[in-house]
Design a protein around this ligand. Sequence first.
Ligand code: CP3
Length: 341
Amino acid sequence: MKHSRYLNAAKQQNNERPPIWLMRQAGRYLPEYKKVRQHYTFTEMISNPEIVTEITLQPIKRFGFDAAILYSDILVVPNSFGLHFDFIEKKGPTLKESNDIPFLKDSFSKPYDLSTCQFVFDSVKLLKQELPQYEIPLIGFAGCPFTVACYIIEGHSSKTFPRVMNMIKHDSKTLHSILDALTKATIDYLIGQIKAGVDAIQLFDTWACLLESENYINFTYRYIEQICQALIPYNIPITLFSKNTKAYINQQTELPINVIGVDAFMSLQDARKIVGTTLSLQGNLNPELLLGDKDTLKKEVSHILTTMKDDSGFIFNLGHGILPTTPIENVELVVDMVKNA
Ligand code: CP3
């Protein structure tokens, strides 16, 4: 794997065309995914190392991406506190247990048990046996404690997470105790993935976008910092992705990370100006463009490729996860353009 474009770009050492992979590249836009998914629930699939391996490799076989990302979910870590999510069609993740604050307080005051996530580590090990023939790295991941806490406290998906926002105002002590416990478990969970063989880590902080300046620092940034610090001895590239990049990128450059994921609402050029030459950038094609006409799509991909031409620390990706209604041929078009850049 010495010649992985992805790993080189994460270290700002890529002198060839940029690597490409897409967030949510294994998923419902793929007919071969839907075929397997018919027979199992999402939870059954991510809990089975053979299925995880098959699904993780599906987009690699079809498109030849430059990195694989473990097929799993950010809502696995709560299992270690006895909290479980059902993934319900159209409704999204739903907590099976109570989200009463006293119950949650109690759950997070007990020691966590990462053996409940063993299937993730077993999946990584199995994937690492299969991956050498593709000569690409495996990206492991976790959700940032704040984003994971949002789903636990709310109990389900939301656009505004009112229970969490209320806790920030009226019970920040309990919120911090939950975030603290989740941070410790996430560190051990990521170390488990690294020991099992992942080559890089991506942290997802989708719901950081609910937080402004001081709250951003207090409720998410400082926990992310703890996670990144704890991973330094493992010497593995770390990417941080959150929505509303523009608001946080200045702060994020101070973290011991390697790559910042840029959303579609900030230009890569502006991001490069802010981070200077110290960090790599990943992004940022708007996933909606993959649903529209090919001319607009081509224009935007060209624009990104021109902007980042000769940038040794650039990883081509989307500004957020690929949408389930994405036509395969548009993904092919994008991969083709990047590979011929
Ligand atoms: O990028 C990848 O392909 C790796 C696997 C991955 C999934 N989810 C698979 C998944 C990763 C890294 C995630 C991250 C994740 N999960 C986030 C953060 C990033 C983001 O996209 O916002 C969040 C907030 C979640 C929580 C989650 N999981 C939600 C809100 C949903 C339901 C909405 C949806 O897209 O279906 C899930 C389910 C989920 N996670 C699916 C997949 C492929 C769909 C499963 C299915 O129905 O087959």
